[in-house]
Design a protein. Structure first.
Length: 116
């Protein structure tokens, strides 16, 4: 199993970034996909999730209306569009895959820094 995460970087408050996570080594279209984040000195937290077809999405309350999760099963890729970024969004963002039997896979993470 492999994830290639990209799109992180330094952005000013109010700016936007789009994270991508391309997966291989498992049946991507059968898995729930999500993004988690871990800020310095804090626990890892769930940010957004999407079902296997892309028909249902859910978000952490603090990112609702600003972040959008989507997926392209033909490309084995999940995305996180992040708008109106705030300094408190600064964290390492991790791609996550899960199936209903409890199998979990994690990406290595991509750093997002929101600072002026």
């Amino acid at each position: 199993v492999q994830f290639v995460e990209s799109g992180g970087g330094l952005v000013q408050p109010g700016g936007s970034l789009r994270l991508s996570c391309q997966a291989s080594g498992f049946t991507f279209s059968s898995y729930l996909m999500g993004w988690y984040r871990q800020a310095p000195g804090k626990e890892r937290e769930w940010v957004a999730g999407i079902d296997s077809t892309g028909g249902t999405t859910k978000y952490l309350d603090s990112v609702k209306g600003r972040f959008t999760i989507s997926r392209d099963n033909a490309k084995n890729t999940v995305y996180l569009q992040m708008n109106s970024l705030k300094p408190e969004d600064t964290a390492v963002y991790y791609c996550h895959a899960a199936d209903w039997s409890g199998v979990n896979y994690w990406g290595k993470g991509t750093l997002v820094t929101v600072s002026s």
